[in-house]
Design a protein around this ligand. Structure first.
Ligand code: C5P
Length: 260
């Protein structure tokens, strides 16, 4: 629900340049079919349907010929309406891809949402919650859901994965304080730019530890706010996730925009 405050001019960076190795389709994850269309197109339709953005900057994998064709078709579907679509090439890491997206933004953008194409079914209302929190003055906003599993920390006791018990438990996190974090993650543009400029100087080990944008903003000491995400925003990573996503599209929930 819009809180009535004027929304910032917003762009969405849709990162889709991952290899998708864990899905095992032998093609970039964004091109893998879901309900007959590439995963990327579901994500893009969701972004556009939310109506929050003036520009969608799509960050593509190198071998993306089939995606270019789908995107061209979609561009024609949009005709004169909808946001500006910009296509840029991705980088070796997700953060590199986000930086490529930042470089492709048009003038006048005040806020940016970074969204994983892999979260292709993220509902519109999550986009609205994030943008409304930015409109209310937050500098950084992420969607999050409670954790259902008990989460433990471990240390490896054996380098051999086939050992009977290669890990030892070192602690148990307090579940009520834990959240699983999703995308779209929203930021004031200048803040995300600053965070990514700092991250561009990370060494290899530091860069490998970066798994979302909010953690880079946390390092600046900027408060990061959380809004309710949705279980429907699952990140399609493994073949099981793809089955669940197919089920969400075709099953009793039927349409993609389901409250939950
Ligand atoms: O690899 P992971 O599942 O964390 O990727 C999350 C999102 O980031 C995916 O949508 C993927 O396409 C994107 N990504 C990217 N460039 C990379 C790695 C991942 O755009 N080099």
């Amino acid at each position: 629900m819009n809180n009535g405050l004027p929304r910032p001019v917003t762009a969405v960076i849709l990162v889709a340049a991952g290899s998708g190795e864990r899905l095992g389709y032998g093609m970039p994850k964004a091109a893998v079919p879901l309900g007959g269309e590439p995963i990327l197109m579901h994500a893009l339709r969701g972004v556009v349907a939310s109506g929050v953005s003036s520009q969608v900057c799509i960050v593509l994998p190198a071998d993306a010929a089939s995606l270019h064709a789908s995107l061209e078709e979609f561009r024609q579907e949009l005709a004169d309406g909808g946001p500006i679509l910009t296509l840029v090439d991705g980088g070796a890491t997700r953060a590199d891809s986000v930086r490529a997206g930042l470089a492709g933004l048009i003038d006048g953008v005040e806020a940016v949402l970074v969204h994983d194409a892999a979260r292709a079914l993220a509902p519109e209302y999550v986009f609205h919650r994030v943008v409304d929190a930015l409109a209310a003055g937050a500098v950084a906003v992420i969607p999050a859901v409670p954790v259902v599993d008990t989460v433990k920390t471990v240390t490896r006791t054996s380098g051999d994965d086939s050992a009977i018990a290669p890990e030892l438990v070192t602690g148990t996190a307090r579940r009520e304080e834990l959240r699983s974090v999703q995308t779209p993650q929203g930021f004031r543009l200048s803040t995300l730019q600053q965070a990514h400029q700092a991250a561009a100087r990370f060494d290899e080990a530091q860069a490998a530890a970066v798994t979302d944008d909010a953690m880079l903003v946390e390092l600046l000491g900027v408060p990061v706010h959380a809004v309710h995400g949705s279980t429907q925003s699952l990140k399609i990573t493994t073949p099981l996730d793809l089955i669940i996503a197919e089920g969400l599209l075709e099953g009793p929930l039927g349409i993609r925009w389901v409250e939950g």
